[in-house]
Design a protein around this ligand. Structure first.
Ligand code: ZN
Length: 317
């Protein structure tokens, strides 16, 4: 059985608290399109919110489980500690100004020779904007607040905090087709295949504590595989290496398998298909509450339970 290399990051899934603050931040501050309004399939009285580029391309998708009363979590080893989007070098001052405009404090850093802007989302998740060379560009959300030349360029990658790098490094470079390309202080960078989200950084923090899940912490990172048969091939390969891999789960917009990588971070391997436009047209992505067929019978009850949210702009693609 052969497997193609993992194609970078598919999506990142995070816990949040107030869904309206979450929507306002990701759509109005960061200019990501709200591409799907659905519920947490395991807890249908709460939302699962998805943001991405104009068409919901894999590699641009940030998803949230907002629990209005959720307490903040703490970051720690064995999890994704920061999510990064790419921006063009010519957009750095635009984004600094924009963050100031919204009273969002940020830090700047030079990392592997690139400018990085670091700030927090409303629940304290670290969001980074990292200068990339510009290709490729995601599908621009023309009705969003950001002009195309300054829009986010899909994911740059994620940073994972680990006790030691060995197990995760072996998985990334030995199995997933990533290459270790740089090392700086306690940070090691791996580059994989794919269009967006090619980078995974490990930050080595020996004996630092694990975190506690809660608002602002990242539940898992999903890596991208091309189709269902590749996903099954990965399931077999990973099981043969001793990983406890789940069965395939139907997430409606992609199919998923999950396992914990050697440092403890929850990884998912997700398919591109069927994508976000299978149950509503691209023009109105995110407008209506979408439910999987097995929850449709409870629609009325669900709509009564979830808190009302509004999206400023979703009319045209
Ligand atoms: Zn996921």
């Amino acid at each position: 059985m052969t497997t193609q290399p993992i194609q970078g990051i598919h999506h990142i899934t995070v816990f949040a608290s107030d869904p309206q603050k979450n929507i306002d931040f990701y759509t109005q501050v960061l200019g990501q399109r709200f591409v799907k309004k659905t519920v947490n399939f395991d807890n249908p009285s709460t939302y699962h919110l998805y943001y991405g580029d104009n068409v919901g391309s894999p590699g641009t998708i940030m998803t949230f489980f907002p629990w209005p009363m959720a307490k903040r979590g703490t970051r720690g080893n064995g999890e994704v500690a920061a999510s990064a989007y790419g921006i063009l070098a010519s957009s750095v001052s635009y984004w600094k100004e924009r963050l100031k405009e919204f009273n969002i404090s940020f830090q700047t850093e030079r990392r592997f020779g690139q400018d990085v802007l670091i700030f927090q989302d409303p629940d304290g998740m670290f969001v980074e904007l990292i200068v990339t060379d510009g290709d490729p560009a995601p599908a621009h959300w023309a009705n969003g607040p950001i002009p195309q030349e300054h829009a986010l360029r899909g994911f740059h990658g994620v940073t994972i905090w680990v006790h030691n790098a060995q197990g995760t490094s072996t998985l990334l470079s030995g199995l997933f087709g990533f290459e270790k390309i740089a090392e700086e202080g306690d940070r090691i960078r791996f580059q994989g295949a794919g269009k967006f989200g090619q980078y995974i950084d490990l930050v080595v923090r020996p004996n630092a504590p694990r975190g506690q899940m809660g608002a602002g912490t990242i539940h898992h990172v999903a890596l991208r595989t091309v189709d269902d048969s590749e996903q099954l091939a990965w399931q077999t390969v990973l099981r043969n290496y001793g990983f406890g891999v789940t069965d395939v789960k139907d997430r409606q917009y992609f199919h998923s398998i999950y396992f914990r990588e050697p440092s403890g971070t929850l990884f998912e391997v997700a398919t591109d298909a069927p994508g976000f436009a299978w149950d509503e047209p691209v023009e109105t992505l995110g407008r209506d509450l979408k439910l999987p067929p097995w929850l449709e019978i409870d629609r009325e009850k669900i709509e009564d339970h979830v808190v009302p949210i509004t999206v400023a702009e979703y009319t045209a693609a």
